[in-house]
Design a protein around this ligand. Structure first.
Ligand code: ANZ
Ligand code: ZN
Length: 821
């Protein structure tokens, strides 16, 4: 029959690939290995359009590489710890595992239907004890090597709900759920020392240049935020007092030291409370109270009116000896630099805004030719020469920076330094559904690592429903028989740590686990990791551009540092696919513009949806579902599929005996497709495939006919190209063409370069306006070549005879005109 029956075709091949093990890598070294990885999903409900987009893109890469002859590993797993499962469990009086594993099954079914070329044997779930046993091992590796530590730190606290709130859960200073005023509470929390690796995280990004999107690299750079500058110490005094102590500021602009007209200390820094004089204390405390509820982003917003309070003291400029007032404000952050700045309003906009609000002086020290900031309200930041700056006068900015650092260093009042925006990674959570932190607290021995043979520290399975609701400490604290253990070191009574790990820890190493997912003796098998890693192509959304990628890079570097790995970067290449929008907006419940993936698959078939996703735009661009036409795509697939029925030659006949025009079209499509795939222009590959489908159809319906071996070659090539995006259709065509499955393992045919030459055209040679010769020339002939050909032609020579050629006009590829006399 000649009807493209999507349902029948899906049913025919639906379970074939998994049963045949089509996508299980050989892993025997007979082929070069390549690793393609999609960011693994979180099991919230079924797959959605975003998954469909991301996984369609990753599958193009994976299938392309398989056709190129690589042994491809394309694994799949689930990031299955996390809060939504816990919230669902509280609501439904369940254990979080129930919700989690039910959703995983649903998603796995959808992935299979979606025909992702995944190796299902490597499937993993981060919430399996077999997995989190190794997450705990990883924690202990950091702990034992001084890279995991505990410290007190302030958290957002809702006194009514008795719970810690993430920054996103604090709305206008109030608890998102109950509206109670949020306070800060100090909690003892675990941190990973990612700051120790800040330089490596920055510098080793060089090797990712050109392989990761530029914007991701710059987001990582900004997040780490390395600033070169200086620490400069200012003496402090109150009226009539001797300098009490020093305050050190961090500045990236020591050249502007003579322009510092006041100092600002972060209002919430301990230092501010120490510095404030008794007379100013009341005003200070009132101010501090008023800014407590603001987030860092609000505090630093340039939109907000600057606020602050005078601390009653002056600071002494170490270069000029000038006395300047010391203020406290919220625009200076307590945990960046030293929490104190020298304010140079002429050349720093924030300082200028503050100076204008508080009526403080503005002094230009770098003459840039711009308008005076005191009048314009705009700080000047250009290049120029130093003025009003004593011994720095006349220097340019770079010279003055070096000179100023030299002077403060020689006086012992400061030194060059580097500061980072990056903070240590807070990894402990007071929640249940995560990997328990494998530490035991003993009064005698302190923090003791759970011995390796006692791992995993399993989550208790008797907690469910209400028992999981947050009570200011981890729900695990209530499981007394779980908490109370013997100290592994002294045998005395001790308690387990009741916090669980941030789920970013789970996902910071899963790409390693995929190399040997069943290993029960190690987190990863060294040999397997050597064979498969780093990941050749990582695919996922830009929402993970910072944290997940940074943490994964950090953990890889730690493991390399500790001798477990021999490469510094986990992901050699990164692709950020775009979002799927509807009507130009992200799909959301509140907008009511959601599109259900399952319904789309039911209506148009898997292949049409996948092909639509890939065809709609370059992979990194958004797809607006309001603008696409899966119905038309289904028609195109049907048209392609019918070609396979109309090929009447047997497989294996040399296509060289077939129609040359068809062969040219085929090899041009193949050639272009390879270049386009390497360049990541997957959408254009589909456009080329469409052209080839048209060429093949024309040949079959015209004089050439379906028996020509060049037509078979064309249709087999269509099949191959379609297998990148439309696996069911392609597999069915392949079978109809008389081949064994699977088309996924068919090598790309070699491109015959001689077939790529453009068709020839006819050039005419005119002499005195009359056509004297016609030449068959390549369409892309150069002016020079055409001129030579024309002048060397026998008929032309004859016509010219003894006359003198005074001028040759060449219009390649069609015309040569000779002026003779
Ligand atoms: C004087 C100065 C003059 C500054 C000037 C800038 C321009 P980045 O590049 O982001 O590292 N600063 C230092 N610590 C701060 C804190 N805790 N909160 C807010 N601002 C802080 O920025 C470094 C600059 O930001 C430092 O250099 C300091 O202001 C300010 F024409 O010192 B500068
Ligand atoms: Zn002990």
């Amino acid at each position: 029959e000649d009807v493209y029956d999507v349902k029948a075709i899906e049913a025919r091949w639906g379970s074939y690939w998994e049963e045949a093990g089509t996508f299980v890598p050989l892993d025997d070294g007979s082929r070069e290995r390549r690793y393609v990885l999609d960011m693994f999903p979180y099991p919230s409900g079924d797959l959605h359009m975003g998954h469909a987009e991301a996984f369609a893109m990753g599958d193009v890469v994976s299938r392309h590489w398989r056709h190129c002859g690589y042994d491809v590993m394309h694994p799949i797993g689930w990031d299955s710890f996390g809060l939504p499962a816990e919230n669902a469990a509280i609501k439904n009086n369940q254990h979080p595992a129930e919700w989690t594993y039910k959703n995983i099954e649903t998603q796995a079914g959808s992935f299979k239907r979606y025909a992702i070329s995944a190796d299902w044997n490597r499937r993993l779930h981060t919430s399996d004890p077999e997995y989190y046993r190794w997450t705990q091992w990883l924690f202990l590796e950091l702990f034992k090597n001084g890279l995991a530590y505990r410290k007190d730190s302030p958290v957002n606290w809702c006194p009514k709900d008795q719970t810690v709130l993430a920054n996103e859960q604090v709305v206008n200073g109030k608890c998102e759920r109950c509206g109670t005023e949020v306070t800060k509470k100090s909690l003892n929390q675990w941190y990973f020392k990612i700051t120790d690796f800040a330089d490596r995280l920055l510098d080793e990004m060089d090797q990712l240049e050109g392989h990761w999107p530029d914007r991701v690299l710059s987001m990582q750079r900004n997040w780490i935020g390395r600033s070169h500058g200086a620490h400069v110490r200012f003496g402090i005094q109150a009226a009539g007092e001797q300098p009490a102590h020093d305050v050190t500021v961090f500045t990236t602009r020591p050249d502007t030291l003579f322009g510092a007209t006041f100092m600002v200390v972060a209002v919430d820094a301990l230092l501010a409370a120490e510095l404030v004089t008794p007379g100013q204390r009341e005003a200070f405390e009132a101010y501090r109270e008023s800014v407590k509820v603001l987030s860092d982003i609000e505090r630093q917003s340039s939109e907000r009116e600057k606020t602050g309070v005078f601390l009653g003291r002056t600071a002494i400029n170490p270069l000029s000896g000038e006395e300047i007032p010391v203020w406290a404000s919220d625009y200076v952050l307590a945990d960046y630099g030293t929490g104190a700045i020298m304010a140079v309003p002429a050349h720093d906009q924030r300082d200028l805004d503050f100076a204008r609000a508080m009526d403080l002086p503005v002094r230009v020290v770098l003459e840039t030719g711009e308008e005076n900031p005191a009048e314009s309200g705009v700080a000047t930041v250009g290049e120029g020469k130093l003025v009003n700056s004593g011994e720095l006068d006349g220097l340019n900015k770079a010279e003055a920076i070096a000179q100023a650092i030299g002077i403060v260093e020689s006086k012992g009042l400061g030194e060059a330094t580097t500061t980072y925006r990056l903070r240590d990674w807070l990894v402990s959570r007071q929640r249940f559904w995560g990997a328990p932190i494998p530490v035991i607290h003993c009064e005698h021995c302190g923090e003791v690592a759970v011995p390796d043979e006692q791992l995993p520290v399993r989550l208790p399975d008797n907690l469910r429903g209400e028992a999981l609701s947050p009570k200011g400490q981890s729900p695990l604290a209530a499981a007394e028989d779980w908490v109370n253990v013997a100290c592994p070191s002294c045998g005395g009574a001790a308690k387990r740590d009741t916090d669980t790990m941030d789920t970013f820890v789970d996902s910071s190493w899963y790409y390693l686990r995929f190399a040997s997912p069943q290993s029960s003796t190690a987190a990863f098998d060294a040999e397997a990791v050597k064979n498969w890693l780093p990941v050749g192509q990582y695919v996922g959304g830009v929402e993970h551009a910072i944290l997940h990628l940074l943490y994964s890079r950090f953990i890889t570097k730690v493991l390399q540092h500790l001798g477990h790995l021999d490469f510094p970067e986990p992901f050699s290449a990164l692709l950020n696919q775009g979002q799927v929008l509807n009507g130009g907006k992200a799909m959301s419940k509140s907008l009511g513009n959601g599109v259900n993936l399952g319904e789309q698959l039911d209506e148009f078939g898997v292949d049409a949806i996948r092909t639509t996703m890939v065809f709609a735009s370059p992979p990194e661009d958004d797809v607006d579902w309001a603008d696409v036409a899966p119905h038309a795509m289904q028609k195109f697939l049907a048209r392609a599929w019918r070609l396979a029925n109309d090929v009447t030659s047997e497989p294996g006949v040399d296509p060289a005996t077939g129609a040359k025009a068809v062969r040219s079209a085929t090899h041009k499509a193949l050639h272009d497709a390879l270049e386009l795939l390497d360049a990541g222009k997957f959408n254009v590959v589909i456009a080329r495939t469409m052209e080839l489908v048209n060429a093949a159809r024309k040949a079959i319906d015209g004089e050439i006919g379906g028996a020509d071996p060049a037509v078979r070659e064309a249709v087999e090539t269509v099949t191959l190209l379609l297998s990148l995006v439309a696996p069911y259709t392609a597999e069915d065509m392949w079978a109809r063409l008389g081949h064994e499955p699977s088309v996924a393992n068919v090598p790309w045919p070699a491109v015959d370069e001689t077939l790529l030459v453009e068709d020839s055209v006819t050039a005419v040679v005119q002499i005195r306006g009359k056509i004297r010769a016609k030449l068959e020339v390549p369409a892309d002939i150069s002016e020079e070549e055409l001129r030579e050909l024309a002048l060397g032609d026998e008929a032309v020579k004859r016509s010219v005879g003894d006359a003198e050629i005074v001028k040759v006009i060449v219009r390649a590829p069609k015309l040569v005109s000779l002026v003779v006399k």
